[in-house]
Design a protein around this ligand. Structure first.
Ligand SMILES: *Cc1c(COP(=O)(O)O)cnc(C)c1O
Length: 388
């Protein structure tokens, strides 16, 4: 069935635009499936807060018993506020400030995912100061390919992320020498919006090699964390509202060789929340260009920056119109040429006032909003609150 017809149009017509709309039934279905797969395969899931930190979304995810993966002090605070227990919180990021490290230490979070020797030394110092011992996992840059946009691949040696394989031994030695550091795991994250399972298989093969190397050094860790990155189908948001967690987890399970007693962790972000959200906006004007027509929306790159930032595709629908289809360049009102949601988009014939849904906007949309052009922050609405 076409999801377009399921938007609560009568309710939407009473709301000022633009706004984010979250279908919490889709989110709950995704979370139930992920819970089931994680339990069956004994995987610990840390939701990547950076994909969407809306408090309602965070508390719902927390209620399913998942942990949180944070990349800043602000995200740590948001995770704690939403009820994630510190014992299930991991803290990654290539540039952690002292106050952020202190926040993690004081809360006694499960693990710092450490990205450099320099950071390791600072965490050791801060932990000494606070009378704590920091549990850490080394984030290793595995130098494996992820077939995704080059801005969102992170696991190649040219990227700024993680510890290079060449310096691993040195950093391991450092870990062992520091008094206030406890090495508990290895951490990886190769990028985002990855739909080729081969990429995850490649990562697992590399992890196996690294574990063999640790064996040779007679070292072992309790935790292997493979990060996030599972992609979604932006072209068919209605066909696949719930991602295929099962194939993803089976790929990992088939490839990865764990040591006895080792536990496996993942950090999905996008795949959990992307399909439950849409950005809803109104057409302000239809403008005839020389060769084409523009649909000018009241939402722009300030509400959803992915198309401007990564040339990302989002499905766009005119949910007010059933008229014959026509092509439009769909653009926002911001004073930037890159403020465009799509060129030559097929929409039902569009006029001023029509409601436009930009789909798959649950991840990396609201959280990346800015107030450029001094635009106010767009509100969010939830299916559970629908006025019937
Ligand atoms: C961004 C990020 C994630 C989540 O990535 P998704 O592609 O949204 O699943 C997980 N772990 C780390 C370390 C990240 O930086």
């Amino acid at each position: 069935m076409d999801y377009k017809g399921t938007f609560p149009l009568a309710w939407f017509n009473t709301l000022p635009t633009p706004f984010y709309y979250y279908d919490l039934d889709i989110l709950r279905t995704s979370l139930e499936l992920l819970r089931k797969e994680a339990d069956t395969n004994r995987i610990e899931v840390h939701y990547a807060v950076k994909a969407n930190a809306n408090p309602r979304i965070l508390s719902l995810i927390q209620a399913y018993g998942f942990g949180a993966d944070c990349v800043s002090g602000g995200e740590l605070q948001a995770a704690f506020q939403a009820g994630f227990p510190a014992s299930r919180v991991v803290f990654a990021g290539v540039g952690k400030a002292d106050w952020e490290i202190d926040l993690g230490l004081e809360a006694d979070i499960f693990c710092f995912n450490v990205e450099s020797a320099a950071e390791l030394e600072v965490i050791d110092q801060r932990a000494a100061e606070l009378g704590k011992k920091a549990r850490v996992a080394l984030r290793i840059n595995p130098n494996v390919q992820a077939d995704t946009h080059h801005y969102i691949t992170t696991g190649l040696s040219e990227n700024k992320f993680g510890i290079h394989l060449q310096s691993l031994d040195e950093v391991l030695d450092l870990c062992l020498s520091l008094q206030h550091i406890e090495l508990i795991g290895l951490h990886f994250h190769i990028g985002s919006q990855i739909t080729e399972m081969d990429n995850f298989a490649g990562l697992c093969a590399r992890v196996n090699e690294i574990q063999n190397h640790l064996d040779q050094r007679q070292l072992s860790v309790q935790h292997i964390n493979l990060g996030g990155g599972l992609g979604i189908d932006y072209h068919h948001p209605s066909k696949l509202p719930v991602p295929d967690f099962s194939t993803y987890i089976q790929t990992i399970r088939n490839m990865l060789v764990l040591r006895p007693g080792q536990s496996l962790h993942i950090e999905p972000g996008r795949s959990v929340v992307a399909q439950c959200g849409s950005l809803i906006s109104r057409v302000l004007y239809v403008k005839k260009g020389l060769q084409k027509e523009f649909a000018i929306l009241d939402a722009g790159m300030t509400e959803l920056i992915r198309p401007a930032l990564y040339q990302a595709y989002h499905k766009i629908e005119n949910i007010s119109s059933e008229e014959p289809e026509q092509k439009y360049d769909v653009v926002g009102p911001i004073c930037e040429s890159s403020d465009s949601f799509g060129k030559q988009v097929v929409l039902n014939k569009t006029q001023r006032g029509d409601l436009i849904a930009i789909r798959s906007a649950g991840a990396y949309a609201e959280i990346m909003a800015s107030n450029y052009n001094l635009r106010p922050k767009a509100p969010s609405y939830f299916s559970d609150d629908m006025k019937r």
